[in-house]
Design a protein around this ligand. Structure first.
Ligand code: KIV
Ligand code: ZN
Length: 391
């Protein structure tokens, strides 16, 4: 029997997600999202970056003072000032975690940090040690890990674990890597860092090439046990790995992926709605899991299959993620729809039509679809009533 591994979900909607251009949440809005994330069952809430602004400091503090079930963390650069601000913001939460990061890739070392490898190691080690004087749990991230030389990555990870880091996050900061390469990085680190068993490994993937979810899953298949992700996949540029896609992929394809999470899947749609409403970032209609069309079938062939057995075309039941039957709009009536789905709709209005009436109503409905993008229930009801009245 395959062992089932428990995967920790680290949600960064309120930190990386809030770094989406145009998103700016006030502290009450951040708290509302944090409470929903707690109901969703995320293990870790990254509440923000306290040193970045007084407003974000206050928001992180409010969340840390309120949230009890999820661990609350905050981001800090490898600078004492940032770590002190994070400590002040997080000190009242039951299980605080500091998340510090420093870039490791050649391009970041040379052009952004102007540091050599040894300076990157020394700074990271010194700041992990300093963090350990304030926090039990220290997460260290190798920014741009996926473009870092693997032997150097192994060397610095060994040093920061030795210094006290117990979570090692390896971001694909620019969303450049492929699932094979990202998985290979975790395999290499697991096999080449002697003290790796003293830490847990974490994924953090950006979606620039649309591979963030696949990369995150490749990470856990190669030794990571924490996934960093965000609701609706919001985040810098093209965003982060979408929490809802990871959660449902692991659930639906449990045969291929032997992993569990503590997430309450029923809260997914509500979480998506709250984040979309408060950030103003609307969800594309065809977005997997939570898009308006994710459960809507339009063509006659698909609808006929659905009416005979939903499993012909539906791999996820909308109810699984808290999408109501009404909003799932499973049998969407449009110009490709067939008579079976139309008949089913007529039945839902509790109206009896003879075969001839049904044929006439269906003909009128088809004619309307040529002129109108979206035929509503009201339109269909009017068509039926006109036929009844004319009869
Ligand atoms: O993408 C990234 O590298 C990050 C780090 C700050 C963790 O968001
Ligand atoms: Zn990121």
């Amino acid at each position: 029997m395959t062992d089932i591994t428990d995967i920790k979900i680290f949600d960064t909607t309120l930190r990386d997600g809030e770094q989406s251009p145009g998103v700016n949440l006030n502290k009450q809005e951040k708290l509302e999202i944090a409470k929903q994330l707690e109901r969703l069952g995320v293990d870790v809430i990254e509440a923000g970056f306290p040193a970045s602004s007084e407003g974000d400091f206050q928001a992180v503090k409010l969340i840390a003072d309120t949230i009890k079930k999820s661990s609350v963390t905050a981001l800090a650069r490898t600078k004492k000032h940032d770590i002190d601000r994070a400590y002040e913001a997080l000190k009242n939460t039951p299980s605080p975690r500091i998340h510090i990061f420093l870039a490791t890739s050649p391009i970041h070392r040379e052009f952004k940090l102007k540091m050599d490898k040894q300076q990157v190691i020394d700074t990271s080690v010194e700041m992990v040690k300093y963090s350990k004087t304030l926090f039990n749990e220290v997460e260290w991230s190798a920014e741009d890990a996926s473009r870092t030389e693997l032997p150097f990555l192994a060397e610095i990870i060994e040093a920061v674990i030795e210094a006290g880091a117990s979570i090692i996050n390896l971001p694909d900061t620019v969303g450049y890597t492929t699932p094979e390469e990202y998985g290979e990085m975790f395999r290499y680190v697991s096999e080449n860092v002697p003290n790796i068993n003293q830490a847990i490994l974490s994924t953090h993937c950006h979606n620039d090439l649309g591979m963030a979810v696949a990369n995150s899953i490749a990470g856990i298949e190669n030794g990571a046990t924490q996934i960093e992700c965000s609701i609706n996949g919001i985040g810098e540029r093209a965003g982060n790995a979408a929490l809802e896609e990871i959660a449902v992929a692991l659930h639906i394809r449990g045969d291929a992926y032997p992993y569990t999470t503590n997430l309450n899947l029923q809260e997914i749609k509500r979480s998506s709605d709250v984040v979309a409403k408060l950030t103003g970032m609307t969800v594309q209609p065809n977005k997997a899991i939570i898009g308006r069309n994710a459960y809507a079938h339009e063509s006659g062939i698909h609808q006929d299959g659905m009416l005979k057995n939903a499993e012909t075309y539906e791999i996820i039941s909308p109810a699984l993620v808290g999408v109501s039957a009404d909003s799932a709009n499973t049998l969407f009536l449009g110009k490709h729809s067939g008579r079976h789905a139309f008949k089913d709709k007529v039945k839902s209005f509790n109206v009896e039509l003879s075969d001839e009436e049904l044929s006439a109503a269906f003909k009128n409905f088809k004619a309307l679809t040529d002129h109108k993008k979206e035929v509503t229930d009201d339109d269909i009801y009017s068509i039926i009533m006109e036929i009844k009245t004319d009869a």
